[in-house]
Every structure is written in structure tokens, then in C-alpha cells.
Design a protein around this ligand. Structure first.
Ligand SMILES: Nc1ncnc2c1ncn2[C@@H]1O[C@H](COP(=O)(O)OP(=O)(O)OP(=O)(O)O)[C@@H](O)[C@H]1O
Ligand SMILES: [Mg+2]
Length: 317
């Protein structure tokens, strides 16, 4: 199971450093001030539920998801199941916030509990239970392991996470845990949603906000998983880092006295005498070379981030 190629590491180094710098900024500001941050947490929880369910095929929009969760409203034309999926996932997020703390150690019972919450009343026969027969993943380049192996593989994975024999950082650990869990595919259904919850236990215990994989990135995400099935974690690590950086940026920019100034790339490059073009800066953003994150279809970054990158590049040459 441990086919892990770590050659991507060098490429990702500066991104990891940035993520840890922002984590430190957040941790130094704890306890985080004021109502604004409470609001961010709530907004992100709804986004998390919307995106994770939507990747899986739920057709509620972000706004509808919010109404179902926060106002208990029933949306005309949407199935009962879709309503339950939204409410269930939201409860699972609450549960996760309840159990996560600085000294949290991953346990299989927590993975089962999260799965139980995700599928409650929808598939009660399977909720919180590992599968007892074979499964296939549409579009995947492999077939998940035989059902009689699942329990041992799961234990092995949890030991791997807790012992961390390769000395992986938190982002790498969450990424590899994510991939190995969906590779094992312990459940008949709900594997994706469950692991997108559980991996955040590993990040949030260290003071990171949740990494939310966006519905817009679904294709990229599945493609990255297929690469990871071959032992290549580069794409998945980048996607995970970018997902995490987005929520980190949302938090750090909301802190009083922060000096980040994120803007759409098109705004930055439009400034007279700005030496770089839209295409080039967008490429750097997509590749994770500069501090940037995507909101909807647009990449946001800061002038400082572009200038820092250029200065470092010149120094290296
Ligand atoms: N090619 C792949 N290799 C490994 N894992 C994959 C691949 N394609 C998808 N997956 C994982 O399997 C999940 C789908 O499994 P399953 O249907 O049990 O979960 P779900 O929660 O019902 O749906 P989803 O995960 O799509 O939200 C995907 O979200 C993804 O995490
Ligand atoms: Mg499914």
C-alpha cells in the first residue's frame, strides 16, 4: 500500500513554508477575536457541505444548502435525500469541531462515526459500517481492495498516520491519508465525503482551518487521485495546499491589522507599468508558485506575492 513518491517535495517547499507562516499568524492570534471570525467559520461550514456534497452529485446550490441547514427550509423540486445529505453533512462538521483538539489522535471509530453521520437515515444499513463486498469507482484506474482486507488496511493506515514513519508534514500527511482512505474505499458509499471530513481532523488539530476541495476542481481532483494511485502525489498535494491556502487566506485577511491585499490578477496587471502579464501571473498562481487562491473562476493574489517571487528567482540565478 505504501507506494509514495516524494520527489514532488522540492517543488512544494515554498508553498508549505507559506502555509506554515499563515498557520503561525493564526495561532498567535488565538483565541481568535470577535464575531467576524465566528461568521467565517459558519460560512466555511456551509461551503464545505455544499462543495463536498456537490462533488458527489447533490444538486442543491450553495444558497439552497445554506437555507436547508440554517433555516430548515425545504427546497421545491429537490429530493428528500438531498435535504438529508445537506443536514447530515452539517452535523458531521459540527461533530468534527467537537472532537478536534490540539492533542487529537486519529482513531478508526471517529472515521466510522463521521461516516455514520453522513449516511444517517439515507442508508441506515451501511451508515458507520465498513463494506462486506466488492466496490468499483467509476473512472478510476484501479479496483479497490477485496472486502476482507479492508479492516486490516484501515488499521494499517491509521497506524501510519499516527506514527508518521516518513516524517511527513501535516499537509502531506492529510493528503496521503486522504488518498489511501479512498483507495481502500472502506464503505459502500460516502467514502469521499467521509475522508474530506476526516483529513481535516489532521489539519485542524494543528490550528489550520479546514481545506475545502471545491466543486469546480472536481475534474482536477479526480485526475490527481488517479495520479496518486500510481504513487505520484504531486497534483493531489498541490490541490490540497491550494484548497488549504484559500481558507487560510480568508482567515488571515480578516484579522485586524493584517497587511495582505488580495486582488484579482486582472486588476493587478492592469496597473500602468506593471511588468508582468495576466497569462504569466495566472500560470504562477495555478502552479502554486506564488501566494494565490481561487474564488469562483478568478485567481486572487497580491502585488507583494508576485514581487517576492521575482526577487527570489533573481537571487537564485
Ligand atoms: N480515480 C480515483 N482513485 C481513487 N479515488 C477516487 C478516484 N475517483 C474518485 N475517488 C474517490 O472516491 C470518492 C467517491 O466515493 P463514494 O461514491 O463512496 O463517495 P461519496 O461521498 O458518495 O461521493 P463523492 O466522494 O464523489 O462525494 C471520490 O470523492 C474520491 O474521493
Ligand atoms: Mg457516492
Amino acid at each position: 500500500m505504501w507506494n509514495i513518491d516524494l520527489t514532488y517535495r522540492k517543488e512544494m517547499q515554498s508553498t508549505f513554508e507559506r502555509l506554515y507562516e499563515k498557520q503561525a499568524v493564526l495561532n498567535q492570534s488565538r483565541p481568535l477575536p470577535n464575531i467576524a471570525l465566528q461568521k467565517i467559520k459558519e460560512t466555511l461550514s456551509v461551503e464545505w457541505t455544499y462543495n463536498s456534497n456537490s462533488i458527489e452529485g447533490n444538486t442543491l446550490s450553495l444558497r439552497e444548502t445554506q437555507m436547508v441547514i440554517q433555516e430548515g427550509i425545504t427546497v421545491k423540486g429537490k429530493s428528500l435525500r438531498e435535504h438529508f445529505e445537506a443536514k447530515n453533512h452539517d452535523k458531521a462538521v459540527d461533530y468534527l469541531y467537537e472532537i478536534v483538539s490540539q492533542d487529537y489522535v486519529l482513531r478508526s471509530i471517529d472515521i466510522l462515526s463521521l461516516h455514520g453521520l453522513v449516511l444517517r437515515t439515507i442508508e441506515d444499513d451501511f451508515a458507520g459500517r465498513i463494506r462486506n463486498a466488492g466496490v468499483r469507482i467509476t473512472g478510476a484506474n484501479f479496483v479497490p481492495p477485496n472486502a476482507n482486507k479492508v479492516s486490516d488496511l484501515l488499521d494499517e493506515l491509521i497506524a501510519f498516520v499516527n506514527e508518521n514513519p516518513l516524517g511527513l508534514n501535516d499537509i502531506e500527511l492529510a493528503t496521503i491519508f486522504h488518498h489511501k482512505l479512498v483507495w481502500i474505499h472502506p464503505f459502500f458509499d460516502g467514502n469521499g465525503r467521509t475522508v474530506r471530513l476526516a483529513m481535516n481532523l489532521l489539519l485542524m488539530r494543528k490550528g489550520f482551518p479546514p481545506a475545502i476541495i471545491l466543486k469546480n476542481d472536481r475534474k482536477k481532483y479526480y485526475d490527481a487521485l488517479n495520479q496518486a494511485n500510481k504513487g505520484n502525489y504531486q497534483k493531489l498535494t498541490l490541490l490540497m495546499s491550494q484548497s488549504l491556502e484559500r481558507t487560510l487566506n480568508i482567515y488571515v485577511t480578516s484579522l485586524p491589522d493584517n497587511d495582505y491585499n488580495f486582488q484579482e490578477i486582472s486588476n493587478i496587471v492592469e496597473e500602468p507599468n506593471f511588468p508582468y502579464g495576466q497569462e504569466y501571473v495566472s500560470l504562477l498562481a495555478r502552479q502554486g508558485k506564488i501566494d494565490a487562491y481561487k474564488e469562483g473562476r478568478n485567481w486572487l493574489t497580491t502585488k507583494d506575492a508576485i514581487e517576492n517571487y521575482m526577487t527570489n528567482r533573481k537571487r537564485k540565478r
